[in-house]
Design a protein around this ligand. Structure first.
Ligand SMILES: [Zn+2]
Ligand SMILES: [Zn+2]
Length: 246
């Protein structure tokens, strides 16, 4: 009894205040339990592209008159995906959040990131008519090193938001290619050729898939994955990334 009394004094709530964690971007204390890693104010300040885009590849246009017209690249070379969309440019706060998500152990950020991109695109009917979501795969060795596949975490969060089922493991990276970051555009395409394969073509045949990845750099990864899904019989492949570098 004595011991219990003693403990209750020691453990008085005032003495066990847990220091609130702070936002990794601005340093403000995270007061709302729903805020994880980043505060709501920083999330609200992500630079989302609200202007017109290329209706196929999603390139950001800065001239309102360009709205509705495919860009020169898409006119020159048809894409294996019907349309690709991103939240905004790969810079500023969005880039910082993606880097925390991918490399700093902040996997929980898949949820606010997916929520932002879902909110941005759902009203345009981007998720309508989809049969399933396919994350861009990592090679199993790379996934083991990192401990997770960022595209799969995003795909799962988007599946929860949209109700479109996630199909992980349908697209497999069979060749562990050198990191794309270090390569020029033409080398990237060569690097990825035959790197991906579809495991169960029967599931894809005649269906509409949404490919999900974190960043669109040159588009070569999405292009190879979409082409592989189309070869396996997919009727349509759309693509979504958080940010676009070009
Ligand atoms: Zn903040
Ligand atoms: Zn385009």
């Amino acid at each position: 009894m004595k011991l219990r009394l003693h403990l209750s004094r020691v453990m008085h709530p005032v003495t066990v205040i847990v220091f609130p964690s702070s936002c990794r971007l601005c340093g403000r204390a995270l007061e709302d339990p729903k805020e994880k890693i980043i505060c709501t104010r920083c999330l609200d300040r992500v630079e989302v592209h609200h202007g017109p885009v290329c209706p196929i590849c999603g390139r950001f246009y800065h001239q309102p008159a360009a709205a509705g017209h495919p860009c020169g690249h898409c006119l020159e070379r048809p894409e294996p995906f019907s349309r690709h969309r991103s939240l905004g440019p790969y810079s500023g706060r969005l880039k910082e959040i993606i880097l925390l998500f991918k490399y700093k152990g902040c996997e929980v950020l898949s949820q606010p990131l997916a929520a932002m991109v879902y909110e941005h695109l759902a009203s345009d009917g981007f998720f309508d008519g989809l049969d399933f979501i396919v994350p861009v795969p990592l090679h199993r060795k790379r996934e083991k090193q990192r401990g997770f596949n960022q595209a799969e975490l995003l795909g799962r969060a988007l599946s929860d938001l949209s109700g479109v089922p996630l199909l992980p493991g349908i697209l497999i990276k069979v060749r562990n290619t050198p990191a794309q970051v270090s390569l020029e555009a033409a080398e990237r395409e060569m690097n990825l050729r035959t790197a991906f394969t579809v495991s169960k073509a029967g599931k894809i045949n005649g269906r509409t898939a949404l490919l999900v990845d974190d960043v669109f750099t040159t588009g070569s990864t999405l292009r190879e994955c979409a082409a592989e899904l189309r070869r396996a019989g997919a009727r349509e492949v759309r693509a979504l990334t958080l940010a676009r570098a070009v």
